[in-house]
Write a protein that binds this ligand. Sequence first.
Ligand code: ADP
Ligand code: MG
Length: 742
Amino acid sequence: MTKASKNYEYPLAYVKGVGPKRAKALAEAGIKDLDDLLWYFPKSYLDRNVSNSIKSLKIELINTERNFYSASFENIRIINEHTIIAKVTSINLINYGRKKRLLKILVSDNSFDSAQILFWNSVDYFKNLFKIGQTIVISGRPELDKFNKLTFNHPVIDLIEANDEESYVQGQILPRYSLSEKMISYGISQKLIRNLVSEAINQVVDIRENLPERIISKYKFPNRKDAIAYLHFPPSKDLLLKSQKRIKFEEFFYYQIILATKYYRNKIEDKGIIFKRKSLLARKLYESLPFELTNDQKKVIREIANDFRSGKPMNRLLQGDVGSGKTIVAVLAMLIAIDNGYQTAIMAPTEILAEQHFKTINGFVQELGVNCTLLTGSIKDSRKSLIIDEITSGRTNIVIGTHALFEERVKYYNLGLIIIDEQHKFGVAQRAQLKKSASQSLIDKSYSPHFLLMSATPIPRTLTMTYYGDLDLSVLKEMPKNRKPIKTKVVFESNLPEVYEFVKNQLMNGRQAYIVYPLVEKSEKLDLKSAVEYYEHLSKAVFSDFRCGLLHGQMKWDEKESVMREFLERKFDVLVATTVVEVGIDVANATVMVVENAERFGLSQLHQLRGRIGRGSEQSYCILVTKDHFRYQFRKEIDIEKERNLAMLRLKSMEATNDGFKIAEIDLKIRGPGDILGTKQSGLPDFKYADIVADVDLLSLARSEAFTIVKEDPNLESESHKLIKEILEEDEQKNKLYFETV
Ligand code: ADP
Ligand code: MG
């Protein structure tokens, strides 16, 4: 799109009613020219037909409160800002306490209900803001007071100018733009922005359509230019909604086109090794398993076998909660590859996990005459050379290891399938490195190896469609039948003695327990219990009859691994630990997990911690300990966003469900997408208008349209797709960024 005028630093300064100061304030908010103004969409709308009435908002709050106490945590809606429009009916300054004053404004709307606005500070200033009979816009987080009156404490107040009020009363939908403090102080009003936008709509003529005709007519979208205009000045609610949908759709659509291009490019450019479906080895193992595979496991194996026959390299992400049985799926896949004459490798993030895989996998395949080897960093050099020789010669069928797998000197023999466990612990670069070593090892170099990535961290649908949008996805939702669901309970600190009694009972029955703390060293600021300090207390006083071990993040990795190993070998009964046990190992005999200061942990983190138990045949228990006063606060407050209530929401969600996918969805609502993916995996595209959480259905539509197009026409050469290609090329810089992040 062309910029209106590029000659000046602040071209808007020359527009009527703006001037240099205002232009600067606008520029600081990202509005430098008319073109930017077009994309400065209103943050909300005033519409008599859609705004909350006081009555409806009140009912919503009462219902939310009800849900909050019931167990339906998945349905919970976090109450965000709400806006109501109402007339001021009374203004009262109330004295209370000694010399304290409270400003109480009563307002009412045509739902015949009233609300109160309370100002506790700067009461004189706010008092002068209001006049009786005036219509105002009130935005804030509403509460109900003890008489069930709708109450806003220090909300944001937006006064409506007289002629706007008239339009509003007549049923027009008025845009409300967000104005920075600086904009306001320089006299930039809603009205001025509207005038500028309307100027921009008249002047910027070359707004180019960027969606294929077929999609526009299929979804009855307004054309691009109209949609932009309607977003600023909606002629009707219907057109506003359609325009919003359209603009969000195009944002998602272009991102999905890029993902689809990447997805199909791999498939087109790279040739995948074809494995014959029938595998005697896999069949033998399958028939000798002491359990029946779950339907999900069978389904995923079929999906993988189909990839193997497709002639394209597999790039599949297998998601399944802890304990859902991913390993056996991986083993069956490896056996198919081995039967076809290929070597396979499985990589895990820690040595101990690799060792555990080695034991498990070897146990499965030994009888079949399949050779496994373990390759980790701590293996002595002399032995390592022997192991590498075995790998290079092809005598080894399954290589199991850690980062050591992509050391330069490890040369594989016809490595056709690579499996990465806990894939989020590895970077994209490491995956690429393994791909390179594998490709070099193939007898026929024209092929690419198959990849299976596994993750025990359930990821909400919306994130798999964006962050993992170029991978095929398999999911294990169903748990093996023999599993006893973990029992989870939230308790308060004053119950700790009983908790410890309970733990001792389990220990006396021969079980082991984890006790987890948030931090390592005592932090004065946060007043957190420290694992080190409590370790002393627990081992010397509470559990003096038992053996205790300590594990924390400041230990060296080999120290950590040896502690875990000792716990596994039952050298002690209680493991006092920080969150480093998150990616721990399978200690089937550990049946109790006590998490202290549980309010400090994120929901997904709590779920990961809980995954350490419930791995054997005995009933397991997860006990989440939190502060006593949370119990009472929780009953008193309805404002879910308050820290302690959010904490209780997390803890109660843990009590309510063991389903990692449900937990992930709740967590996404609470924290938003950025925090869920964590530091290693940030770099989600920054959608300007669309919201991947709220607009997930639209995202899904845009994805399927984009993938259909690229599948049919990978190079976007047909007449109706040329446009897409052109726009992508124009936006190349941005697209490069996308490519690097996904
Ligand atoms: P994860 O998905 O966490 O890696 P594992 O593959 O380690 O889970 O499986 C956990 C345990 O469940 C293992 O002991 C495995 O042998 C067992 N298991 C896997 N599938 C089934 C099944 N269908 N029925 C019963 N047990 C199973
Ligand atoms: Mg596993």
